[in-house]
Ligand binder design. Structure first.
Ligand code: ARG
Length: 463
C-alpha cells in the first residue's frame, strides 16, 4: 500500500470504507491546474527566501510542468487512496523529483486548498461573466429584430400598460448586468492570497507571503500584493463560497423569472412567441404538444442553485474555528452551481436566439384601449383635475364601458363629459398607442426616445 503523507504517526492505513468515504479527488481534481500554479509560486518563494535552492526549485517546476501536461492530456492516474488533488500531485512529484519532499515546507493543505479555491473563484467568475454576456448578446439581437413590437406589460398577470417588447427584454438585460457585476465583486473578494497561513498559525520559517501573492496575481489595481490578514480566519473562512453560490442562486432566480415569462408568452393563451424547436420537446402521448422544456428546466434549476447556497450556509454555521473536515463538503455545491449557471446561460441564449415573435398576437393583445386608462387620467390632470379625482372619473368611464359591453373609446363624448366636465372633444386621441408611448420619454421609460438610447447603451456595453 502507498505510504500516506502522515504515515509517521500511524501504524495502519485507513479502512477501505473510510478511504471511499473521505476521498475528494473525484471532485477536487478539477482544481489541479490551480494547485500546480500555487505549488510553483510557493516553491519560487521558498527559493527566493533561501529555504530551497534555485536548482531544487527548477526541478520542482519542471516536474510540475510534466504533471500538468499529463493531466491536460488525460493521462494522469488519479488515485483515490491519495485522498485529494493536493496529495495526488505532491505524490506524483515525489516519484519524479527528490526535491519534492521540500515543497510542503511552510505550507498546509489548509492554506493550500484555500488558495486553490481563490484562484478557481477568480477564473470561474470571469468565465460566468462571459457566459452571461453571451446571453445578453442573444437578448439584444431579439430586441433589435423586433424593435417596433408592442406588448402589454403586466402586473398581477393582468394587462397593465403598453410597452415595447424591447423594453421588457431590456429589463432582463438589467438583471443579467447586475449578475455580471456581482461576479466581478466576488472575484475581487477572492483576490487575497492565503498561502503562508499554514494549518492555522502560520510558520516559524522566514517566508515572504507578498512574494507568493505577487506571483499568483493576488494583487490590487496598482500591482500591490494582497495577502489575507489572519491565519486562523484564512483557513476557516468560507464566505467566498457562499458569496459565489449566492451570486449563482440569483442568476438562477433571474433565469427562472425570464423563463416563466417565456413559458407564458409561448402558451396558446398568449401566443406572443414561438420557441425554437431545438429547445423544446414533444409529448410521448399527445401529438400536438410542443413543450417549453428548456424554459421549464431553467425555472427548475433555480431550486438546485438555491439548494447549493443553503448547503453551504448550513455547512459552515456552528462550525468551530478553524478547519474541520466538514469543509471538504464545500466544493461539490460550488462546482455544481458553476456548472449549472454556465449551461443555463448557454441554453437561455439558445432559446432566446431562436425566438419567433408573433406580431399579430402581440398587436391584438396590446390593442385594448383600457391599457391606456392611466393615460386618460393623465389627460384630465393636464386639464387641471387633481389626480385622485381623475383616477376616480376614469374608473367610472371604465365601469360605464363595461356595462355597455363596448371598448373604452367607443363611448360618446357627451357620456364621458357627464362623468367629468374636463373631458373635451379630443379625449380619444389618448388612445393612439404610438402617441402614448412617445409621451413616455423620461429616463427609464418605455418610449421610443429612451428605447433608442438603451439600444445604443447596450450595444456599447456588450462590445
Ligand atoms: N481535501 C481537503 C479539503 O478539501 C483539503 C484540506 C485537508 N486538510 C486537512 N486538515 N485534512 O478540505
Amino acid at each position: 500500500r502507498k505510504q500516506v503523507t502522515w504515515g509517521g504517526r500511524f501504524s495502519a492505513g485507513p479502512a477501505q470504507l473510510m478511504q471511499q468515504f473521505s476521498e475528494s479527488v473525484s471532485f477536487d481534481s478539477r482544481l489541479a491546474l490551480f494547485d500546480i500554479a500555487g505549488s510553483q509560486a510557493h516553491a519560487a518563494m521558498l527559493a527566493h527566501v533561501g529555504l530551497i535552492t534555485a536548482r531544487e526549485c527548477a526541478a520542482i517546476h519542471k516536474g510540475l510542468e510534466q504533471i500538468r501536461r499529463e493531466i491536460e492530456a488525460g493521462e494522469f492516474a488519479w488515485d483515490l487512496a491519495l485522498e485529494d488533488v493536493h496529495m495526488n500531485i505532491e505524490h506524483a512529484l515525489t516519484l519524479r523529483v527528490p526535491a519534492a519532499a521540500k515543497l510542503h515546507t511552510a505550507r498546509s493543505r489548509n492554506d493550500q486548498v484555500a488558495t486553490d479555491m481563490r484562484l478557481w473563484f477568480k477564473a470561474a467568475c470571469a468565465e460566468l461573466r462571459t457566459k452571461l454576456h453571451g446571453a445578453q448578446c442573444a437578448l439584444l439581437d431579439v430586441a433589435s429584430a423586433n424593435a417596433g413590437v408592442l406588448i402589454p406589460g403586466y402586473t398581477h398577470l393582468q394587462r397593465a400598460q403598453p410597452v415595447y417588447l424591447a423594453h421588457h427584454l431590456f429589463a432582463w438585460m438589467e438583471m443579467l448586468a447586475r449578475d455580471c457585476e456581482r461576479f466581478e465583486r466576488v472575484a475581487a473578494l477572492a483576490n487575497w492570497c492565503p498561502l503562508g497561513s499554514g494549518a492555522i498559525a502560520g510558520t516559524t520559517l522566514p517566508i515572504d507571503r507578498e512574494h507568493t501573492a505577487r506571483l499568483l496575481g493576488f494583487v490590487d489595481a496598482r500591482g500591490r500584493p494582497q495577502v489575507t490578514q489572519n491565519s486562523m480566519d484564512t483557513v476557516a473562512d468560507r464566505d467566498l463560497f457562499i458569496e459565489f453560490a449566492n451570486a449563482c442562486a440569483l442568476v438562477g432566480v433571474h433565469f427562472s423569472r425570464m423563463a416563466e415569462d417565456l413559458i407564458l408568452w409561448s402558451s396558446s393563451e398568449f401566443g406572443f412567441v414561438d420557441l425554437p424547436d431545438a429547445f423544446c420537446t414533444g409529448s410521448s402521448l399527445m401529438p400536438q404538444k410542443k413543450n417549453p422544456d428548456s424554459c421549464e428546466l431553467l425555472r427548475g434549476k433555480s431550486a438546485r442553485l438555491q439548494g447549493n447556497l443553503h448547503t453551504l450556509l448550513t455547512l459552515t454555521k456552528g462550525l468551530p474555528l478553524t478547519y474541520n473536515r466538514d469543509l471538504q463538503e464545500d466544493k461539490p455545491p460550488v462546482f455544481d452551481s458553476f456548472d449549472q449557471v454556465a449551461i443555463c446561460a448557454e441554453v437561455f441564449a439558445g432559446t432566446v436566439g431562436g425566438l419567433r415573435v408573433n406580431e399579430a398576437a402581440c398587436a391584438a393583445a396590446v390593442a385594448d384601449p383600457a391599457l391606456l386608462a392611466t393615460d386618460l387620467a393623465d389627460y384630465l390632470v393636464e386639464r387641471g383635475v387633481p389626480f385622485r379625482e381623475a383616477h376616480h372619473a376614469v374608473g367610472a368611464v371604465v365601469q360605464l364601458a363595461e356595462k355597455r359591453g363596448v371598448a373604452l373609446n367607443a363611448l360618446e363624448t357627451r357620456e364621458v363629459k357627464k362623468i367629468n366636465a374636463a373631458f373635451a372633444e379630443d379625449w380619444r386621441e389618448v388612445f393612439d398607442l404610438k402617441r402614448a408611448l412617445a409621451k413616455r420619454s423620461g429616463t427609464g421609460m418605455p418610449g421610443p426616445v429612451q428605447l433608442r438610447r438603451q439600444f445604443a447603451r447596450w450595444k456599447k456595453l456588450l462590445k
